[in-house]
Write a protein that binds this ligand. Sequence first.
Ligand SMILES: [Cu+2]
Length: 322
Amino acid sequence: MSDAPGPGPAAAPAGDRSEGPNDQTHHWWRLLTVWVVLSAILDPLFYFLAGPHIPPGTMTDTAAGAQFDFNVLFVIALPVLLGVWIYFIYAIVMWRASRGGPEPVGGPDARGHLGIQVGWILVTTVIVLFLAGFGTYELVQPGGAGGGEGSSPIWTPTSKTILPIQVIGQQWKFTYRYPTFGGFETDQLVVPNDTTIQFNVTSLDVIHSFWAYQLGVKADANPDYNNVAYTTPQQLGSFTVRCAELCGLWHGAMYNGGVVVTPQQFESWAKGTEFQLRKNTKLLPPYALTYTPDANGADGGYYPDNVDPYSKVETYGASKGS
Ligand SMILES: [Cu+2]
């Protein structure tokens, strides 16, 4: 930035009274110094003071990943923001028209400066390309980073033991089925710590979105579709689940909570609930990755039931039998 061309007579800022026309490069050095010093102070301040509190927290590996990614983006964005603001404020203070003085005029430099143009393009290109690479790596490396990856994920976690939990969106609640525990269904979401979870997200009616905020998991819930998202809890505690897709009248009330418990607590909860709900589980459709929408709606929804006589024909337009 110090290679500013020699000042011509018209290049001297008209409003600058304190310095002669030969001091142009001083502006750059001053701006550069303020920018470097402020960036060097504010970046670490943000990263170490605010960074650990940035949502969604660190309850799972994917949440921690999202927090880290946000902080990296912010640390890179802050100097850019500072550069614009510092120059803006400096220009207003230094080069404003003086009262009753001559109008400020743009000199030759105002029309183009090769160094600044090349530098600006180079720096922004490097930043954007770096972030594209960084973002891609951060998405792939943790097995989809908590996002829904579709029914056949290409980025899978390395963990050998994976607990599948089915998330069923429906107007207007989420229920959860645990296929490795007899396929019982409950509206309680309990997940074990230190265990890789495979959420199989689907819907019985319209499109919903399973957003387990503190888990750093968000996956669309579509009828007739199994959307897979992975995460691994690393902290005990409670979290919230919200529907993040406008899904009808009570969309705003479609939320509940869940808990991360120890693997031992989970094991006893799951076995206990499996036993407790065993009669209900028999009435449910067999566990499947998706459930065919059933127009009969005998259960207040499209969940195909295998006990209701009206629901044997699971197609739209099915009529009541004789
Ligand atoms: Cu919903």
